[in-house]
Design a protein around this ligand. Structure first.
Ligand code: SF4
Ligand code: SF4
Length: 170
């Protein structure tokens, strides 16, 4: 029997009428990113995003803080400048938070529900984190006390809210 070599054709594949599974570029990108991110243990939270570094304002040779802060190794130092592996970026903002130059690194990201967030300064990241945390706290409180009435009833007893309303209406 003749041995198979590298130039052999997949004759059965060529005869098949089945079309290869169509995968959209977005799905392909998502799959590639999942495979690359899997060893880092970092999960994707955002639907989409972009990151850029202004190489003219970067003082990388003195700091490289962004490279050290990046949780996925999306940033690296090569040939005297910071490089980006875009497929590894999860748009977390750790690089912006650690950069010593305002507006040097720019991150734009879209949340799953469609909210777009942009930041390029450490204080932008801190403000955003505070806003997100405040919303989470608010949502948690709403989950436990959906209304002012339920809050008063749970905290101060069943008659408190009615008494309070009666006094307020007077
Ligand atoms: S932290 Fe900012 S200044 Fe430092 S290397 Fe990164 S981009 Fe350049
Ligand atoms: S946004 Fe996060 S994941 Fe992307 S390059 Fe900056 S630190 Fe790395």
């Amino acid at each position: 029997m003749p041995e198979k070599n590298a130039s052999s054709f997949d004759i059965f594949g060529l005869m098949s009428e089945e079309k290869p599974e169509q995968v959209s570029p977005d799905e392909e990108k998502k799959k590639r990113r999942q495979e690359l991110l899997q060893p880092t243990g970092v999960k994707e939270i955002f639907k989409d995003g972009k990151v850029s570094i202004n190489k003219f304002t970067c003082v990388g040779v003195q700091c490289k803080y962004c490279v050290k802060a990046c949780p996925t190794n999306a940033l690296y130092w090569s040939n005297g400048e910071v490089g980006i592996i875009e497929d590894l970026c999860v748009y977390c903002g750790a690089c912006v938070l650690n950069c010593m130059v305002d507006d040097c690194i720019k991150v734009e990201r879209t949340r799953k529900e469609g909210t777009v967030e942009k930041f390029s300064k450490p204080r932008d990241v801190i403000a955003l984190v505070n806003k997100v945390n405040a919303k989470k706290r608010g949502d948690r409180v709403k989950g436990i006390f959906p209304s002012a009435e339920s809050y008063c009833t749970k905290c101060c007893g069943p008659n408190f809210y009615e008494d309070f309303k009666r006094k307020a209406d007077k």
